[in-house]
Design a protein. Sequence first.
Length: 68
Amino acid sequence: MVDRFGSGAAFRDFFRARYGPTVAAYRGVADDPDRTAALDRDLEALGDAAVDGDAMGWEYLLVTARRR
């Protein structure tokens, strides 16, 4: 499940390997080790901030619109 990570590092590693936009972001900075390291740190920090026990404290917002 994508809402169960034991750490920010586990969150980062999952999304780095499996989530398309994150995979693309890593490809975009692949030739720059400093930017890759910064992305690693930021994603890990994001995951750490959301860890609440054994689950992630995410909020999911769904917006539905109708075009007229």
